[in-house]
Design a protein around this ligand. Sequence first.
Ligand SMILES: Nc1ncnc2c1ncn2[C@@H]1O[C@H](COP(=O)(O)OP(=O)(O)OP(=O)(O)O)[C@@H](O)[C@H]1O
Ligand SMILES: [Mg+2]
Length: 303
Amino acid sequence: MQSVGVQQSMPDARARQKKILDTAHKIQQNTRKGTEKGFRIIITGKGGVGKTTITALLAHLFAEKGFTTLAVDEDPQMNLPFAVGMPYEESDRIVPLTQNLDYVEEKTGARPGGGWGLMLTLNPDVSDVVERFGVRGPGGVNILVMGTVVQAATGCLCPENTLLESVIRYINLREGEVILMDTPAGVEHFGRSIAKGFHQAVLVTDPSFNAVQVAGHLAHLARELGIPHIHLVINRVRSEDEVKKVRQILDGRSMGLFAGIHVLPYDEGLVRCEPDVRPLLRSGSLFIERLRTLQKTLVRFGK
Ligand SMILES: Nc1ncnc2c1ncn2[C@@H]1O[C@H](COP(=O)(O)OP(=O)(O)OP(=O)(O)O)[C@@H](O)[C@H]1O
Ligand SMILES: [Mg+2]
């Protein structure tokens, strides 16, 4: 995988961040959206609750049903490509958006004097964007990766997020196209506008008190952002009592925000096959059956 210069000096890092932001803003200014037919789903929750696992499996389930699927990794840790089943040996095929700025500028026409008209007439769908910035992964799942932070000292991932958001917005989803976005742990990304324009949120929790609290908080933030359909997934459940406990922790107001609650059991199979989730798809386990139900629910709610 390409590595960004950890040794970059502060002025270099700042200049690069400025360039990322400039590119993002140029894309935003020149995006003209038509009416979308496909839909966008954001997967979020506390750290370690199963967001990436669930995003990767849903991406495969959507692809199996014939959807053109774009799995987006907003997490700088970049786990999603490997969960989807991309071999580590092929990781150099993944070129994070933020490490590919010249190319992004060129392909979106964001470069001064470059082809704005080209971009506007293209009105890009998922395939266009994957061809330009993404990678085709196993099982027909397309992957778009944001990229890592340049260096700790620059801290905020705001420019990187803004660029990803611009590129995601720039896609005009056609019938049969779906975007699934895996997010880093916590609630921070809901404070930014990246989640705006998403049609559905899948809030993942495990039965622990802290994770449930985060899910409750996220449900309110999702509603405030205007995401119409919010689903709760209680993952890694080992007993009915754990489900009862989650329901007790969530107050009535939070519960009222969910379109539905999906309970996924603890599955040994995941521990055996990680990071690649694909063996699970053929396992016939209750975990995967429940995920199939979730996928059908997401299709039913659509936009
Ligand atoms: N239902 C389950 N049964 C057993 N193990 C599970 C289950 N769901 C997820 N896991 C395991 O839990 C671990 C964390 O999952 P995952 O990486 O998907 O979480 P995450 O929410 O994306 O974490 P992070 O916040 O670090 O991005 C992985 O090892 C995964 O295989
Ligand atoms: Mg993750």
